[in-house]
Design a protein around this ligand. Structure first.
Ligand code: ADP
Length: 447
């Protein structure tokens, strides 16, 4: 990497000779290596004008975007290349980082695997750790590495250990209590349950606005119980392996049975459990029936020690058959956090960050209608800004209340309000069974 004087000379040379592609490309590389990200971005753009379609320049540009957390821009730059079979594997790895940055962990893992399978030299150990558990049982999400057993090879889901527990979930005392009784007590105190003629098993369906913490809670329930955790994004089963979905579903349940006690978590279950009448394709109906059969188990003990949790943002679309006794007979509302819960979430999210004085209550008051995921976005953005400042200042500049407030001001979370507006329609117009009574206090101020 060049020192400052070297960089200055290079900048000057490029200014005098703007059409010199090798020079501009070299300057861009040096800027990127030095961490001058926005300047590197500008140089790569200029170089790209001189050599449109050069994959190395696009790689540099995308890298500059990713390091500035502009993941969407990185993907737009890479897209035309990735659409072509046999694209340069190096671009695939950068795309995987951008996808991960956007929260598309499944897509990221797929992209990464594809790139590295074609050229192992492009592997990125840090990224691999974030995508693929290093050993069969690890505390990373289960989207990536297929387990070695042939039975589940195609599903891509895996049993992992969760290190988060209920202590990592702020607020939500009612929800935790409901999960504790349903999921944890039967396993922790089986005699008590047996005495009342209850058996473990069956499922709990959590519903609520996106980002309210349903996935986080499921993972924490597994950690609390010391159970293994299987996270099934339905994309895993539906999209990627069309044709053998039923087999994958069975394999997933069997994986859970082999790893008991186990929390088997189905995210966005409405994609699977949408009312069967709405389903035009017989194939989907078969899949639902298979899912219900697995839930019921071939005999009473089939799912012992397997705790099936599901999450949905749209509980009203879920087929009533899913809610019969022994299936998801319990619906648990995971509400958007109130002001105390928001302060608690912020405290947890900032736990391991360098902090100056911090008035979490003030930030909580300023973040009405923010879900947990929105608060995480606020903290991430504030930390990013602080990192830039620390790099310029050459020393660590801690996070302050003001930083969080500024990041919150720039955020426009809409998911909670929109979700409550939809929920309101169901509470007012489709609540004959009383299923949505729990939502009543939440929708009274929503128009
Ligand atoms: P959902 O599954 O409901 O869409 P997530 O569980 O993915 O939401 O929540 C997104 C992120 O927000 C979590 O990974 C976690 O960091 C944070 N979060 C949400 N709720 C809480 C909470 N109660 N306590 C701590 N962190 C939370």
């Amino acid at each position: 990497m060049l020192d400052d004087a070297g960089l200055r000379a290079l900048r000057e040379a490029a200014r005098l000779s703007p059409e010199n592609l090798p020079l501009r490309r070299h300057l861009a590389e040096q800027l990127l290596a030095g961490g001058y990200l926005s300047e590197a971005e500008a140089e790569y753009r200029a170089a790209l004008r001189l050599a449109p379609g050069d994959p190395d320049i696009v790689a540099g540009l995308a890298e500059a975007f990713v390091r500035q957390s502009s993941h969407g821009a990185a993907l737009s730059a890479l897209e035309p290349f990735l659409a072509v079979p046999g694209y340069p594997p190096r671009l695939g790895v950068i795309a995987a980082r951008a996808l991960l940055g956007e929260g598309d962990t499944v897509g990221a893992a797929q992209r990464y695997r594809d790139a590295v399978s074609r050229d192992p030299a492009v592997s990125d150990p840090d990224l691999a750790v974030r995508l693929e558990p290093p050993q069969p049982v690890a505390d990373v999400p289960a989207y990536a590495a297929p387990v070695s057993s042939g039975e589940t090879r195609e599903t891509g889901v895996e049993a992992v250990r969760s290190r988060v527990t209920f202590a990592d979930v702020a607020g939500m005392d009612t929800v935790k209590e409901a999960l504790r009784i349903k999921l944890l007590l039967p396993v922790q105190q089986p005699e008590l349950f047996a005495a009342f003629g209850k058996r473990a098993g069956g499922g709990v369906m959590m519903y609520g606005p996106p980002g309210a913490g349903k996935t986080h809670l499921a993972r924490a329930a597994a950690g609390e119980l010391g159970a293994s955790f299987i996270d099934v994004g339905l994309a895993d089963i539906l999209d990627m392996y069309i044709g053998s979905s039923e087999r994958n579903l069975r394999a997933t349940f069997n994986l859970a049975r082999r790893n008991r006690p186990c929390v088997l978590f189905f995210d966005e279950v409405d994609a699977l459990a949408a009312r069967r009448a709405d389903m035009r394709q017989a194939h989907n109906r078969q899949l639902v029936n298979q899912f219900l059969a697995e839930l019921d188990g071939v005999d009473e003990r089939a799912n012992e020690g397997v705790l099936v949790l599901a999450a949905t943002n749209a509980p009203w679309y879920v087929d009533a058959a899913f809610r019969r006794p022994g299936r998801f007979d319990q619906l648990v509302f995971v509400p958007p956090p109130d002001v105390a819960a928001r302060a608690a979430i912020l405290r947890i999210l900032c736990r391991d960050k360098p902090l100056a004085e911090m008035d979490f209550d003030a930030v909580a008051r300023a973040t009405d209608q923010f879900a947990g995921a929105d608060l995480k976005g606020v903290v991430d953005r504030a930390v990013e800004a602080k990192l830039q400042q620390s790099i310029s200042a050459g020393r660590l500049v801690p996070l302050t209340t003001r930083d969080l407030l500024a990041a919150a001001r720039d955020a426009r979370p809409t998911a909670v309000r929109e979700w409550l507006a939809t929920a309101r329609n169901y509470v007012l117009h489709a609540n004959d069974s009383g299923a949505w009574d729990e939502l009543t206090p939440w929708i009274k101020d929503i128009r």
